[in-house]
Design a protein around this ligand. Structure first.
Ligand SMILES: [Zn+2]
Length: 165
């Protein structure tokens, strides 16, 4: 009797494991079907978060305000320059209003702020010609993991600094 019970239990555990595996496979299959834009959005979320944390002590790159809420604003827009979408020199903390939302990035002032912040060489490089974006899903997954790690590390550092202050 005991042996039978044991066997039944073993079988139940095994099928539970199988179901879990199946679920995992289904989830993976769903992810595999997602278009590249889905993976780029995921990178963007972490990339933007990272930029706002990186620039936490800085003012709006365009107008100089120290008042948020903040966006991560692209100097060269994502639409016109997808190849610069995740290039950090191209993305800076910017006030949501008016610069990012109402003034489409307030680009003339953005350029002035950028010259001060990263220098003429890098600004001109951003403005120069670039290879077209050839991003794969795997690239996106790598980038997402990288930005996520940086965000986590920065948040830990900020917490630490708060404790030390
Ligand atoms: Zn602004």
């Amino acid at each position: 009797m005991r042996l039978v019970e044991k066997a039944a239990k073993k079988k139940a555990v095994a099928s539970k494991k199988e179901r879990r595996e199946e679920k995992k496979l289904t989830r993976q299959a769903i992810l595999d079907l997602k278009p590249l834009s889905y993976w780029e959005k995921r990178v963007e979320r972490w990339c933007n978060r990272y930029v706002i944390l990186r620039d936490r002590h800085l003012h709006c790159v365009s107008c100089g305000t120290t008042k948020g809420p903040w966006n991560a604003g692209h100097y060269k827009t994502v639409g016109a320059h997808p190849e610069l979408r995740f290039v950090l020199a191209n993305i800076h903390k910017q006030c949501a209003r008016p610069c990012n939302k109402d003034k489409s990035g307030n680009i003339l002032e953005y350029r002035k702020g950028l010259l001060k912040k990263i220098g003429v060489d890098l600004v001109e490089w951003l403005e120069g010609p670039h290879e077209p974006a050839r991003r794969t899903k795997a690239d996106c997954q790598e980038l997402e993991a990288l930005f996520k790690r940086w965000v986590t590390e920065l948040e830990a550092l900020i917490e630490f600094e708060k404790g030390a202050a």
